[in-house]
Design a protein around this ligand. Sequence first.
Ligand code: ZN
Length: 220
Amino acid sequence: MHKKEVFLNHIEIFKNYVNSAEKLSVDQFLFTFDDGGISNLKSAKILEENELKGLYFITTNRIGTKGFLSENDILKLHQSGHQIGSHSHTHPMIFRSLTFDQMLDEWKTSKAILEEILGEEITHCSVPGGDVDEKTYETASAAGFKYVFDSEPIPETRFFNETEIFGRFSIKVQMSDAEFIKTLGLENLSALQRKRKMKSTIKKMISPIHQYIQNKKYES
Ligand SMILES: [Zn+2]
């Protein structure tokens, strides 16, 4: 299947899943995209056609270079209702190998560039490469980010000081429909419902699940 069709299929399954589940709404899920590649425009269009919004994390030193979004593209995404966050300035492959000061500089530089483009505060960031350590969260928090997204498939959010940390579930093109539905939490949900173990509502259990659709994996 063409990658765009895979994405469309996932969106379809997602909408059906949310509509069929009790006390669930699309607002409880986030579709996030890392890196700031040009294909973000395509995924954004598909999301818009389905009345969904994306959260796009931009590697700021790539802005306007070949294959990446321009300042104008980022502005356009934002004006279309999508959220913009930082994916660091230079996308170091092993982020946790940086010193504290290098990390802080990556976050601060990227945040300032995006704020200059959009004229508003940038509060979200995602960690390049996905590998994290304590100072990754510490520096993101010190740079002023309120929400940090890593690639740990953890449904509950965590905190570092005032900064909230979100895990993400990676969705791959080669995933079967069944695997995708499992990622959405359907299996867990029914199991929990059956056991009636949890005192919290379904909404509470499912709300921190964030969907991570890696932009490049859907590129055509
Ligand atoms: Zn990345």
